[in-house]
Design a protein around this ligand. Structure first.
Ligand code: HEM
Ligand code: HEM
Length: 181
């Protein structure tokens, strides 16, 4: 994992575990599960927080003191953990599935599956993150942040352009669908 050492990462992860869980499965639904996420994506996010390209009051101070080696070790550790399945509100998944697999032609929303994969496993080679099983609240927060431009660390505005065309109801539905993937 980008040269990272998972054992060393485990030692360095004690403070992270308070929010992200000792097993990488956070309890608070506004804090992302990191278990099983691609190491290259975790590493990129930590670099982005450290260099103020992604801003969050909890994460910015955590990332600032990390060295490149620390970040690679933490990425290797969290990616090696096993993600727990999420739960979808079954009354909302039909619209969510439609958006996820087909997008919305009328409003120019691209299909999520094209980049994040039919099962939400992402694509490590392209640094498209895994989304499957993620907390509904966290996914919604990120889509709203991309839509408002408050999260702007997506190269080529890939996610900002997509979120810009989404309604609140579409965001809610796709977040539910993703949680159940
Ligand atoms: C987000 C790692 C400590 C709260 C993230 C992300 C990573 C990460 C990689 C991005 C996940 C994604 O994009 O899917 C770490 C590491 C930590 C640490 C390695 C220890 C060095 C903490 C602590 C807290 C926290 C102590 C709580 C006080 C959050 C929150 C987010 C986040 C709220 C989402 C930020 C947003 O909405 O943009 N963390 N974390 N993290 N982390 Fe941490
Ligand atoms: C990141 C959802 C379509 C490329 C994300 C994240 C979410 C998301 C929630 C943040 C993940 C996290 O913080 O852990 C969606 C949904 C889509 C969609 C619901 C369909 C409506 C796409 C498409 C592409 C794409 C079509 C490629 C053209 C990316 C990339 C990132 C990302 C590159 C990572 C940005 C970064 O480096 O921080 N997506 N996505 N997504 N998505 Fe999408």
């Amino acid at each position: 994992a980008e040269g990272g050492n998972a054992e060393a990462g485990k030692t360095k992860s004690a403070t992270c575990a308070a929010c992200h869980g000792a097993d990488g499965n956070s309890v608070n639904p506004e804090w992302p599960k990191l278990a099983g996420q691609h190491p290259s994506y975790i590493l990129k996010q930590l670099m982005n927080f450290k260099h103020d390209e992604r801003v969050n009051p909890s994460m910015t101070p955590m990332a600032k003191p990390l060295s490149d080696a620390d970040m690679a070790d933490l990425a290797a550790y969290f990616s090696s953990q096993v993600k727990k399945a999420g739960e979808a509100d079954q009354t909302k998944v039909a619209l969510g599935e439609q958006i996820y697999k087909g997008g919305n032609n009328a409003t120019g929303v691209a299909a999520c599956a094209a980049c994040h994969g039919p099962n939400g496993a992402g694509n490590p080679a392209a640094n498209f993150p895994a989304l499957n099983g993620q907390h509904v609240a966290y996914t919604k927060l990120q889509l709203h942040a991309f839509r408002k431009g408050e999260r702007a660390n997506d190269a080529g505005k890939m996610m900002r352009n997509i979120a810009a065309g989404m309604t609140d109801a579409e965001i809610e539905a796709v977040a539910e669908y993703i949680a159940g993937l």
